[in-house]
Design a binder for this molecule. Structure first.
Ligand SMILES: Cc1ncc(COP(=O)(O)O)c(C=O)c1O
Length: 366
């Protein structure tokens, strides 16, 4: 049997282990800012919806309930300004990571096809390309400078992980226009759309970007960060109805269903903006405190206008920064994990409790 895993990039979280051990040995305990996993409670309105739907003996559908599709469409209209979408233009997925990893294969891409994604980036775009046997095509800077030969799928990620960078409407429109000219599909990972701090993130579905047509265009949204639902696995796609119809058909054959109680929870979460404002306020406080403490310690923060991360550098190799911070009991992710462009940066997540963030700030400023 040929090994599929050997096609995948080495993602060396184990290289972080010694630094984790150092941080854990700190007298005040570790402050783990290396991963972007939510730590605050699941909103009560969402838990109630999940509980109310717990008697779900039958199979759910891949397309989701009509109620979920209506909630998704309502949210899209309110938060992205998308116009002209109907329920054929939406599709629930089981968290966005599975979709990112499976998409190139589900689109039938393979050897000879190229899949482009930003660099540095969330590593799963490359994983998806490699699982399909397609060629990864990382780009730094503008996607429109890519060679379009063999390019079938282009990933955008704004606000970006790990840099927190936001692409403006004009830049997004340029990329969409270019991709359409060259027959390249655009998938835009917008899982941090509701987490803008110094910039207002724009969706590719906004008429100013897509020109009112969703052809060749799909936005990927997740409730993991917005609603503290990473544990539920709740995300969805929105955009080109023909393309989503094709994915729906494939995913039906593969049984890729969001569990029915989770569908009910998703609808409740999308219908409620109150918990989002509350969670945003928590992150805004933690972000401001960490930003100030890092700056006081000599860090320069690049981009980071949105998302759950501060992209920080002391203009030295990232592992030196990781080592130094681990001695303070603070664990951060080396930028190298997200591609060579990150080798002099670290990614500092502000998904830790208020108590842990205050502890990190105290140690950084002591
Ligand atoms: C850019 C980006 N896309 C997708 C995901 C996956 O999110 P989920 O699978 O929880 O929807 C993450 C998670 O950190 C991410 O940072």
């Amino acid at each position: 049997m040929p090994s599929v895993s050997s096609r995948l990039p080495v993602f060396p979280w184990d290289r972080l282990e010694p630094y984790k051990a150092t941080a854990q040995a700190h007298g005040g305990g570790i402050v783990d800012l290396s991963v972007g996993t939510p730590v605050d409670p699941v909103p009560p309105v969402v838990r109630a919806a999940l509980a109310a739907a717990s008697d779900s003996p039958g199979y759910p559908t891949v397309w989701g309930t009509a109620a979920l599709r209506a909630s998704i469409l309502g949210w899209l209209a309110r938060r992205t300004g998308a116009r002209g979408l109907d329920e054929h233009g939406v599709l629930p997925v089981i968290g966005s990571k599975e979709l990112v990893a499976a998409l190139p294969a589900q689109l039938g891409l393979g050897p000879g096809d190229r899949v482009a994604f930003p660099e540095p980036a969330y590593p799963t775009y490359e994983v998806g390309a490699r699982l399909a046997g397609a060629e990864p095509a990382p780009y730094r800077g503008r996607a429109t400078e890519l060679d379009p030969a063999g390019l079938r799928l282009l990933w955008l990620n704004s606000p970006a992980n790990p840099t927190g960078r936001v692409l403006g409407a004009a830049e997004l429109r340029e990329v969409v226009t270019w991709a359409r000219e060259h027959g390249v599909l655009v998938f835009s990972d917008e899982c941090y759309l509701e987490l803008g701090w110094e910039a207002e993130p724009v969706s590719v579905l906004h008429p100013e970007v897509c020109g009112g047509s969703h052809e060749g265009l799909v936005a990927v949204h997740s409730l993991s960060k917005r609603s503290n639902l990473a544990g539920y696995r709740a995300a969805f796609l929105a955009g080109d109805a023909a393309l989503l119809g094709e994915l729906l058909s494939i995913r039906k054959h593969a049984g890729m269903m969001v569990p029915a109680p989770v569908q009910a929870a998703m609808a409740a979460a999308l219908d409620d903006e109150g918990h989002v404002a509350e969670q945003r306020a928590r992150y805004a406080r933690r972000r401001a405190a960490l930003r100030e403490a890092l700056t006081a310690r000599g860090f320069r923060i690049a981009h980071s206008e949105a998302s759950l991360y501060l992209w920080a550098t002391r203009d030295e190799p990232c592992w030196e920064t990781v080592a130094e911070l681990s001695k303070l009991g603070i664990l951060v992710a080396p930028g190298e994990f997200y591609g060579p462009a990150g080798e002099r940066f670290v990614r500092v997540a502000f998904t830790a409790t208020d108590e842990r963030v205050a502890e990190a700030v105290a140690r950084l400023t002591a």
